[in-house]
Write a new protein. Structure first.
Length: 528
DNA sequence: AAAAAAC
């Protein structure tokens, strides 16, 4: 391991690092920081859990030094795929930049624009943003990206999954070509390779080998049940959660609607659980996550919004209510536990209809998790009330749908599952009535068309560094700021409901009074 | 198959 002091960071930055208690850099930090400090582009291939955030935050802070920010002209831009991840970067920034005069702002959706705009007007050095809000603010003329000296793309492959690549491309083109770019992705599918070829200059490729597929701090289990019925699955989940000594745990579901149902079910049965997914109000998401981090909430029921990247140290259990369809997601999900040397347990409920997904997972993790059996539950006789969110045309009409089955005592006795002794008495197993919260949301496909052109590998200009990644990670500050929670209305600037998109004059930059040079009101686009 | 992300 390399010490931070050997990486060429300034005294101020080193002091901030030392204050966090860390002395040794992770492999990706040791490799990336000197390259970034030298002003070179970095192509980092690394998963979360490798200390990636600090690997770009520290050199960013160092290189921006004490230069000063101008109104609406940020000098650095960090893009992350989800709001929570962006927030996490902001936390890291707050921690490491505290000895400097650098200012920064978190630009994410779901929260008031007012504070963000005010910060931009005052002038900030660093923007930490999700693509949607950044472009929104740009289109409103609140930001100029022509002063961007450094740009960081975090979790690029996830951006691809989420259909953000056109946005990212557009943002790249709004920044000056001479910027320094630090680009991170866990995998390098063709579309991502194309992006790096187009926008990175002679990057140094730094690869942290996949963190061990199954960190040996995580014990994995498979819980097979003979029924795919949602109610049967919930019963199994409760039996599982009830018998484990769960300090704090995350339950992952594949669908947002299921997240709501499962959270409600757990709550009804006396568990301290709350849902988190992308359809929930951002203030709620923020609060729920904060509660979970602080220990005020024991069980987080989550969609994959929480699967990747979120650094919640010390999660004791992960429960996969659904088998993830993407094997990668399974690895990310269970990676929320067993972190920083702590021990973790991961359970996966598997039904007969999960065969395909399970195969993919098992192939990827290259091991066979221990099989557990939940004894004493007659899963076959548990039937959920019909779900009504299946209204995709061929759904049955209200009248000919089967009626809810009268409550019956499905659960005989809760036998301990195989290896360990029962810890807590299983909660009462009567199903409460659960109404599936219905959500209809128009969904547009954002998948960009795959560019067929296969691109050659990136030129590695420095010897390729293949390093062994381990699980040491710079921890997020335990105390979160509540800056997301501002509920006040964003001051409506101009009362145009929808500015007709014609001759695109940007809103006036500050500092010119009424006399604004025309060129400043025109959008500026750099073509690479 | 679904998740996420702008008003």
């Amino acid at each position: 391991m390399t010490e931070f002091t050997k990486l060429g960071l300034s005294a101020t930055t080193l002091k901030a690092v030392a204050d966090t208690g860390y002395t040794e850099a992770t492999p990706i930090q040791a490799a990336a920081i000197p390259v970034a400090l030298a002003g070179r582009d970095v192509l980092g291939i690394a998963q979360t859990g490798t200390g990636k955030t600090a690997a770009f935050t520290l050199p960013l802070i160092d290189r921006l030094g004490t230069g000063r920010a101008r109104a609406r002209m940020p000098r650095a831009l960090v893009l992350a795929p989800t709001r929570e991840l962006a927030d996490q970067v902001a936390e890291s920034f707050a921690k490491y930049a505290k000895g400097t005069k650098l200012s920064w702002v978190l630009l994410i959706g779901g929260v008031s624009m007012g504070d963000q705009v005010a910060m931009l007007n005052k002038g900030v050095d660093v923007l930490i943003a999700t693509p949607g809000r950044l472009l929104d603010l740009f289109e409103r003329g609140k930001i100029l990206l022509t002063g961007v000296e450094m740009m960081v793309i975090d979790e690029a492959d996830r951006m691809l999954d989420m259909g953000f690549i056109p946005d990212i491309e557009r943002i790249f083109k709004l920044t000056p070509p001479k910027r320094q770019t630090l680009f991170f992705s866990a995998t390098m599918p063709p579309e991502i390779t194309r992006l790096t070829t187009q926008f990175l200059k002679d990057p140094t490729r730094i690869e942290a080998s996949r963190p061990a597929m199954t960190a040996d701090t995580i014990t994995q289990y498979i819980v097979r049940i003979p029924s795919s019925d949602p109610k049967a699955k919930r019963t199994a989940l409760r039996a599982l959660v009830g018998r484990e000594d769960v300090k704090n745990g995350i339950v992952f579901c594949n669908r947002k609607s299921e997240v709501d149902i499962v959270a409600k079910s757990l709550k009804t049965h006396g568990f301290d659980a709350a849902p988190i997914h992308g359809d929930l109000d951002q203030s709620l998401r923020t609060k729920t996550l904060a509660d979970f981090r602080s220990g005020a909430l024991k069980i987080l029921v989550a969609s994959d919004v929480a699967a990747r990247g979120l650094d919640i140290p010390d999660v004791s259990h992960v429960f996969n209510y659904d088998v993830s369809h993407h094997a990668d997601d399974y690895v990310h999900r269970i990676g929320r536990t067993g972190r920083a040397g702590k021990l973790g347990q991961a359970f996966m409920i598997v039904t007969p209809s999960d065969d395909k997904s399970l195969d993919k997972v098992l192939k990827l993790i290259k091991m066979d998790p221990q099989e557990l059996t939940l004894e004493g539950i007659d899963f076959a006789s548990i039937k959920d009330r019909p779900r009504t969110d299946d209204a995709k045309g061929r759904g049955r009409s209200r009248s000919d749908r089967p009626r809810p089955i009268p409550k019956s005592d499905n659960v005989a006795s809760m036998e301990p599952i195989t290896p360990s002794a029962p810890k807590a008495p299983a909660p009462k197993a009567e199903e409460a009535r659960e109404e599936a919260p219905r959500r209809s949301r128009s969904r547009r496909s954002t998948k960009p068309e795959a560019a067929p052109e296969p691109i050659d590998a990136i030129v590695a200009t420095t010897p390729e560094v293949a390093v062994e990644a381990d699980v040491v990670e710079v921890k997020a500050a335990p105390q979160r700021r509540d800056r997301n929670r501002g509920r006040e209305q964003a001051p409506r600037e101009g009362k145009k409901p929808e500015p007709a998109k014609e001759p695109r004059l940007q809103a006036a930059p500050g500092g010119f009074g009424d006399d604004i040079p025309a060129f400043l009101r025109r959008p500026i686009v750099f073509q690479d």
